[in-house]
Design a protein around this ligand. Structure first.
Ligand code: PEP
Ligand code: MN
Length: 394
């Protein structure tokens, strides 16, 4: 594209950062491990709360070694004196932010920090976790077979759908809260640390919390928000208002990337910045014969624009078990492409008996395919790490 044409189109590009002076806000990074009970914290907060036209929001970012507390000053902050705020006793550093994706965005002044820890696992832009499991929980036998295979292959994360958003109102809607007690018990039995589970209503989060508590919290749950709910702002706000459970937000299948990233920012703006962003393909006839247009080339794009770990869902993108002439399932080729591009999580459908699956059987891999799938991903991951070193040395 000619440079002058670029200049004309650049301002309209959805990902071009927009500098809005109205929206400038401040991020205050507090001294590590500071507690709410510390006099320095109390003094700082009481000063901030007196600032007129400014809303004060707190975020806790828990790491393995230390927890960091951040404070966001929202609203009319441009008249504030940075030096004065920096001299408050609990404050280590003040950053003015004027770009999009204010909390989740990758702002130059913040360094490389990304992601969060949950259930002893690091979810960030460096790690890779495989969440293989059932699209929909059907019966205890299949769940147990699935989890046993995961444990045998050294995996401690899975996906289990209990609440299924279906196109057809007469289709199986998932077992809902009835299956949670035995799903969580089995997860504990097979050493599962984290389950990605879709929720379509705020009450589902409460049901999951209750069932986990009744079961003695044998595992953790990441609240998955499906592509049909990416812009369900009330659901986003409800999940954003709590910090006990991280969120996995699927991109919307018919909206721009910018709109989906703003949806993620909704979660963070309410207080929960433990968000993983999931690419799952776009609804388009141009992607056919795949179920969706695979969008894994945007893994590095999301990592560049935000600090979120990036997940790929090859099952709902490709949507079939078709095999390429080289003998490799197209679904596995697509997964490898995402991993080669630096994906941090893979959400993938498996089933012990795909023909009997109640949802999405035609795209499920079988338990026999778990071992080769993991070997394939290990090769792709190694190749990704090697690719990075080539460019670091260049
Ligand atoms: C799912 O992961 O089970 C699912 C329904 O995915 P999506 O929201 O991407 O369609
Ligand atoms: Mn599905």
């Amino acid at each position: 594209m000619r440079k002058d044409i670029c200049a004309i189109y650049a301002p309209f590009h959805p990902l071009t950062p927009k500098y809005s002076y109205k929206g400038i806000f401040m991020l205050l990074i507090l001294h590590p491990n500071i507690q709410e009970s510390d006099p320095a914290f109390k003094k700082t907060m009481s000063h901030l709360q007196q600032l007129s036209g400014v809303k004060v929001k707190q975020h806790e970012v828990s790491g393995q070694l230390q927890s960091l507390r951040e404070i966001y000053l929202l609203g009319d902050t441009h008249a504030l004196d940075i030096e004065e705020i920096e001299s408050l006793p609990a404050v280590e550093k003040v950053i003015r932010i004027s770009e999009e994706y204010r909390i989740l965005g990758r702002h130059k002044t913040q360094g490389g920090r990304s992601g969060f820890h949950y259930q002893g696992l690091a979810f960030d832009q460096e790690s890779l976790h495989i969440f293989a499991g059932l699209c929909a929980v059907d019966n205890p036998k299949h769940v147990e077979e699935m989890l046993r295979a995961l444990q045998a292959n050294g995996l401690n994360c899975t996906r289990m759908g209990a609440y299924k958003p279906r196109t057809n109102p007469y289709a199986f809607q998932g077992h809902g809260k009835d299956c949670l007690p035995w799903v969580f018990d089995l997860a504990g039995k097979y050493g599962i640390k984290v389950i990605a589970m879709e929720v379509t209503h705020e009450s589902h989060m409460q049901e999951i919390d209750q069932a986990l508590s009744d079961a003695g919290r044998p595992c953790g749950v990441i609240m998955q928000i499906g592509t049909r709910n990416t812009q369900n702002f009330e659901l986003l706000k409800a999940i954003g208002k709590q910090n006990d459970y991280p969120a996995l937000l699927k991109r919307g299948f018919g909206i721009t990337l910018n709109e989906s990233l703003n949806a993620a920012e909704y979660l963070a703006s309410e207080g929960n910045s433990q968000v993983i962003f999931c690419l799952r393909g776009m609804k388009s006839e141009f992607g056919a014969p795949h179920r969706n247009m695979v969008d894994f080339a945007q893994v590095p794009t999301v990592k560049r624009l935000t600090r979120m770990p990036v997940c790929i869902d090859p099952s709902h993108s490709v949507g079939s078990r078709d095999i390429a002439p080289d003998g490799v399932l197209e679904l596995c080729h697509a997964t490898a492409q995402g991993v080669l591009a630096g994906a941090n999580m893979v959400l993938v459908d498996f089933h012990p008996a795909p023909t009997k699956a109640l949802v999405d059987g035609p795209q499920a891999l079988t338990l026999n395919e778990l071992e080769p799938f993991l070997k394939d991903m290990e090769i792709a991951r190694k190749a990704y790490l090697e690719r990075v070193t080539v460019w670091q040395d260049a």
